[in-house]
Design a protein around this ligand. Structure first.
Ligand SMILES: Cc1ncc(COP(=O)(O)O)c(C=O)c1O
Length: 378
């Protein structure tokens, strides 16, 4: 089976981890700070801070933004559930707004209608690496005095007009989970230009300690730190991030050209000024002859690691259908998510599938993938 992902870990990573292990300083320190510097320079923000995962990056950032129980945060249902859960963990209410059928990203035209007196923030998710329409989203946020947190967990290297995602909202979160464009196994990063927000994040992720560390604590916080052992992998990955993203884009371009001949398959699309980082290559299927599940099975039988990831959008997941069981339901008036209808996300759930696009794909593997698609669709 041609895998949908192939983590690239070289001897440089092994040596870097070894150096940290031998140094005797294993926890968050010098190496993590080097990773932060490289990452903020890459994204184009003044500040970046490491976290233990993309999820803890999101919860740390949302808490620093002041999200309180009962506050509404507008986001997309067509995402990995961690986007919504990070809001709900804090007692916030995820308000799901439907996506655009071609970009699979939150539809800015629908955001304003979802804003209420309780809305505090918008969380666009650059799904599969494709940037959201950040210009429109920032304009809406400004008009309504809302904060914007980009969920860029899948979008390392994605750009709009030459500006990298992660620098376009008030803050942004990345994941370095083992399948991501760059990886540390588990890990995350928050980026921002806002010094006050940054200082609050530093406290929240480290038990409310002040910058000087020690045992004086100023507010409730967590241990959401990243070990230097892990950061060492990140530092080495940063040296390759541009070439890795470039290869993903080249692979995606080949698929775009190839799929142009097949009417039944339509790739994820966005404004030409938007460049995806292609964490995943995710077309959708419009066929009378073949269901998406049949397409995925046929591709898998042909040795292609095809999948369908968000078959159930967040509002259709038991987590949200059973939200009344969640601890915050005693204090927070949640919507009845079973009554939420988001037709585009639900339709996409039944149509999308992904094929391997990772940078280690060989020419032969790409040919096998294209041949398999041709056979399945003919
Ligand atoms: C869109 C999105 N948000 C958040 C997360 C959470 O990141 P992590 O798995 O590092 O906690 C992920 C990770 O897969 C993701 O894809």
């Amino acid at each position: 089976m041609i895998p949908f992902t192939k983590p690239i870990v070289e001897d440089e990573e092994i040596q870097a981890v070894k150096r940290v292990l031998e140094s005797g300083m294993l926890a968050e320190g010098k190496v993590a700070h080097e990773f932060e510097k490289l990452f903020s320079a890459y994204v184009g923000t003044k500040y970046a801070t490491v976290t233990s995962s993309g999820t803890t990056a999101l919860t740390t950032a949302l808490e620093a933004m002041g999200i309180q129980p009962g506050d509404e945060v507008i986001t997309t249902p067509f995402t990995f559930i961690a986007s919504a859960n990070s809001i709900a963990i804090l007692g916030g209410i995820p308000v799901f707004v439907d996506v655009k059928p071609d970009s699979y990203n939150i539809d800015p035209d629908l955001i304003e209608a979802a804003i209420t007196k309780k809305t505090r923030a918008i969380m666009p998710v650059h799904i599969f690496g494709m940037p959201c329409d950040m210009k429109r989203i920032m304009e809406i946020a400004e008009d309504h005095d809302l904060l914007v947190i980009e969920d860029a967990c899948q979008a390392h290297g994605a750009e709009i007009d030459g500006r990298r995602v992660g620098s376009l909202g008030h803050t942004a979160c990345f994941s370095f989970y083992a399948t991501k464009n760059i990886l540390t196994g588990e890990g995350g990063m928050i980026t921002t230009d806002d010094e006050e927000l940054y200082n609050r994040m530093l406290m929240i992720k480290n038990h409310g300690r002040g910058k000087e560390g020690g045992y004086s604590h100023f507010q409730i916080g967590y241990n959401n730190r990243m070990m230097d052992i892990v950061a060492a992998i990140g530092v080495e990955q940063m040296k390759r991030v541009s070439s890795l993203v470039k290869k993903r884009r080249q692979n995606a371009k080949e698929y775009d050209r190839f799929l142009a001949d097949f009417e039944a398959v339509r790739p994820q699309k966005q404004d030409p000024a938007f460049k995806s980082g292609y964490h995943l290559y995710v077309p959708r299927l419009y066929s009378d002859k073949l269901s998406r599940d049949e397409m995925v099975s046929a591709l898998r039988n042909a040795g292609v690691g095809a999948r369908a990831v968000y078959v159930l959008p967040c509002h259709k997941q038991d987590t949200y259908l059973n939200i009344q069981k969640w601890r915050w339901a005693k204090f927070v008036d949640y919507p009845d998510y079973s009554k939420v209808n988001l037709p585009i996300s639900e339709d996409l759930g039944a149509r999308h599938f992904d094929i391997p696009v990772h940078p280690s794909l060989t020419k032969e593997e790409k040919e096998t993938i294209q041949e398999a698609i041709k056979t399945v669709l003919s």
